[in-house]
Design a protein around this ligand. Structure first.
Ligand code: GDP
Ligand code: IMO
Ligand code: MG
Length: 422
């Protein structure tokens, strides 16, 4: 029995968490494979809203195991806070969370460097300032601290001292910011060891063992294709690989373990932070999407930039990820628009482009088709047959343009507002 991977197909916030929660019903284990607390993952169940940053979005299902894979960068204080919040909300997570011994920790100096870099950048990225870039950089520079290191007191103390020697110079001499002491960093590490030490283990082996026992695994991506450090709109990207390669790297699973790759696509488009966005609507339609869709970041609260569905972007996303199906979210938000635009390609200086490129994305003009909208409230629809005909036409049009089948449709934030589309 294989694994299913859930990947954001756009610029993040596609509604991945809602779909992870939905698909978790048919799985035994959910694994987050990359990113960190830059993610804001919202699940609405039984009328209650939960936002996760690090803990996999399957946690609300009481009998499921949630793994934080080796590809994630984990802020220990944020993790402890999230565990305590779960506890307060009456969600029993005891013995259901496993942390990879190989994942890298985000420590206060990563957050300080993230913030200082944003301050001095002439062109800002608009990061979430959660220390993501600096932590992945340390991993590549081989000066990172991994979760498993906390069990080797002498080793970790020497490693933290080494990292601090560099970071403090950078913070003080280059950025003019306060330095950190080894004691304050070690205090966080000791707290993490006390609260979460027993959750840390070799997750690669755990997952392979689970597969050999016939268990079903769901791999949960954060961010989305167009924020991928390699395939996205560099440099306006995150510092990890949300795409399919990242799912393998961030778990230790291999190609033969994967049998489904579900792309999560919002029925329109949003982006938080800077960078190109060809179908952005800076006018009243964009404002209306933002208000109707509640498009404010779950991590930073920033208003999300809004615009129209872009089939050119998704076609590229399908190519990179090999989606076997699409889950289309937030179709309800399009209700009430007289006309709905869909980008079917790009033009540059009046000439139709025949290839998707990221380097000229800030200059392209989308070529739109306009479809008729619908006025009905579709949030109670339970099947394709219940949808107004214009909504059905919209789904059919998208499927034709992207060449991948829509398998699930989401028409509201709650678990219940979801149906299989055939
Ligand atoms: P993620 O980062 O991809 O998990 O997405 P976020 O949780 O950051 O943002 C998605 C937002 O849309 C959340 O507030 C969800 O509760 C909400 N949402 C998800 N699916 C739907 C849907 O089909 N309709 C509506 N109206 N809201 C949805
Ligand atoms: P989820 O998992 C939307 C964006 C930031 C910024 C860029 C780099 O909820 O979909 P970073 O802090 O990662 O260095 O920021 O990436 N970004 C997201 N945008 N959803 C996310 O996560 C994001 N995580 C990072 O806004 O533009
Ligand atoms: Mg989000």
């Amino acid at each position: 029995m294989g694994c299913t991977v859930i990947i954001g197909s756009q610029w993040g916030d596609e509604g991945k968490a809602k779909m992870v929660d939905y698909f978790t019903r048919d799985t035994d284990i959910v694994v987050r494979y990359q990113g960190g607390a830059n993610a804001g993952h919202t699940v609405v169940a039984g009328g209650k809203k939960y936002i996760f940053h690090l803990i996999p979005s399957g946690i609300l299902h009481k009998d499921k195991i949630c793994v934080i894979g080796n590809g994630v960068v984990l802020d220990p204080l944020q993790f402890i806070e999230e565990m305590e919040l779960l506890d307060k909300q009456g969600i029993d997570s005891e013995n259901r969370i496993i942390i990879s011994d190989c994942l890298h920790l985000i420590l206060p100096y990563h957050l300080a460097v993230d913030s200082a870099l944003e301050e001095i950048r002439t062109k800002k990225i608009g990061t979430t300032v959660r220390g993501i870039g600096p932590s992945y950089s340390d991993k590549c520079l081989r000066i990172g601290i991994r979760a498993g290191d906390i069990f080797e007191e002498d080793v970790i103390k020497a490693r933290v001292a080494g990292a601090l020697a560099m970071k403090n110079r950078l913070l003080k001499d280059v950025f003019g910011k306060p330095e950190f002491t080894i004691d304050e960093i070690m205090a966080i590490i000791h707290k993490f060891k006390e609260k979460a030490g027993k959750l840390i283990r070799n997750t690669q082996n755990y997952l392979h063992q689970a597969i050999s026992e016939g268990k079903r695994i769901l791999l949960e991506g954060a961010q989305g294709y167009a924020l991928d450090i390699d395939h996205g709109t560099y440099p306006y990207v995150t510092s990890s690989n949300p795409t399919i390669g990242g799912a393998l790297l961030g778990t230790g699973l291999n190609v033969s373990n994967i049998d489904e790759v579900i792309g999560i696509s919002k029925a329109y488009l949003t982006r938080v932070g800077e960078g190109p966005f060809p179908t952005e609507d800076g006018g009243s339609d964009g404002d209306r999407l933002r208000v109707n869709g509640g498009e404010f970041g779950s991590t930073t609260g920033r208003p999300r930039r809004c615009g129209w569905f872009d089939t050119e972007l998704i076609r590229q996303s399908c190519k990179i990820n090999g989606f076997t199906g699409i889950a289309l979210t937030k179709l309800d938000v399009l209700g009430g628009f007289k006309k709905i635009k869909v980008a079917v390609g790009y033009e540059l200086k009046g000439k139709r482009l025949d290839m998707f490129q990221t380097y000229n994305l800030h200059r392209v003009e989308p070529v739109y088709e306009e479809l008729d909208g619908w006025d009905e409230n579709i949030s109670k629809c339970k099947s394709a047959d219940d949808l107004p005909s214009n909504a059905k036409d919209y789904l059919r049009f998208i499927e034709q343009c992207i060449g991948v089948k829509i398998k699930v449709v989401s028409v509201g934030p709650d678990r219940e507002n979801t149906f299989i589309y055939e």
